[in-house]
Design a protein around this ligand. Structure first.
Ligand code: SF4
Ligand code: SF4
Length: 313
């Protein structure tokens, strides 16, 4: 493991612990009153035993087992994403608080010293816990809006070509939106994502059909025809958090260099910008949504969703 990787891992763990602990400690300091009542560990554990978290956990665990036991091509993946969309989107099992709302409200609580509710804290622990077990197990196997973008991405682009956004640009936009939102919270008390639902497509799963939501969702879905998961890479603060957590995830896509003959079939067949960074051994890795397509694409079985360790040079 390089020194940079160690520093980054320590930074991510520290950030994660701060994100999880500070609102709880702040709330405890206020005596547990108001909207943040019962954000203690036993209450969070009790919240995690509700049906939606059990089903979400089972979906993520199934994803982990499938990634490790079978080859998932794009057709199988699309069918699985349809199931995730119906289960957690249409049947509204992943109902409010939405993942985005939970993360943004936590940041607001940190920035303003406000309280965060038990439901939102439980959602954060759920997302963070799954993401530490396996890279993007929440985003890749539970999130209904991520699933919807993947399904739409199977529609052939009129140009015949899909676009892979340069990660440095997409991530800079995602981080900039996050910073702008933070400044807004500190100066106006509102955040960018959920103010009049400007950037919160998760309202869709309440089946509200307001104009701003229709424009946002319509734009993301049109973009999804050309680009893999555009909202996740360009906007979503949950995606930003889970991307950071990928650096400490136990299970990740990893390359066995001894088997790889650099044919680049995985890069050609995969929809994401991540697999190129994995093959090239880059320290900066774009989000991998744990779809498994690159693993299926490799004729040498050089890729696997395995316990992370540095690939041999
Ligand atoms: S990045 Fe956001 S929209 Fe994409 S899968 Fe994760 S939570 Fe869902
Ligand atoms: S690197 Fe890309 S193709 Fe491979 S599992 Fe991750 S998202 Fe899927």
């Amino acid at each position: 493991m390089t020194r940079n990787t160690i520093y980054l891992s320590v930074f991510c763990i520290a950030l994660f612990m701060i994100l999880i602990c500070v609102p709880v400690i702040a709330e405890a300091g206020r005596g547990g009153g108001g909207g943040g009542r019962n954000t203690d560990v036993p209450s969070i554990l009790a919240g995690l035993s509700s049906i939606k978290f059990i089903l979400g956990g089972l979906a993520a665990l199934s994803g982990l087992i499938l990634l490790r036991t079978i080859k998932i091509n794009r057709n199988i993946r699309t069918l699985l994403m349809c199931a995730v969309f119906v289960l957690f989107g249409v049947l509204v099992i992943m109902h409010q608080p939405s993942p985005l709302r939970a993360v943004v409200d936590m940041v607001t609580a940190l920035a303003t010293g406000g309280a965060i509710t038990l439901k939102k804290m439980t959602m954060i622990v759920f997302i963070g816990g799954l993401s530490v077990i396996g890279a993007k197990l929440f985003c890749g196997w539970v999130c209904p809006f991520g699933a919807l973008q993947e399904i739409v991405n199977r529609i052939p682009a009129p140009s015949g070509k899909k676009i892979k956004l340069p990660f440095k640009i997409s991530n800079s936009i995602r981080i900039s939106l996050f910073v702008i939102s933070l400044i807004m919270i500190l100066t106006t008390g509102y955040d960018l994502y959920t103010y009049h639902s400007v950037l919160n497509p998760f309202e869709l799963f309440d089946w509200h059909f307001e104009l701003v939501l229709a424009v946002l969702v319509g734009a993301v879905l049109i973009a999804s025809v050309f680009v893999y998961r555009p909202f996740c890479y360009l906007v979503c603060p949950v995606g930003l958090l889970t991307w950071l957590l990928e650096y400490v995830s136990i299970f990740r896509v990893r390359l066995d260099r001894a088997k790889c003959d650099n044919c680049k079939k995985c890069i050609l067949k995969s929809p994401c910008p991540s697999v190129k960074a994995i093959v090239d051994g880059d320290t900066l890795r774009p989000d991998c949504h744990a779809c498994g397509v690159c693993i299926d694409a490799c004729p040498k079985d050089a890729l696997e969703f395995g316990i992370w360790k540095k690939a041999k040079a």
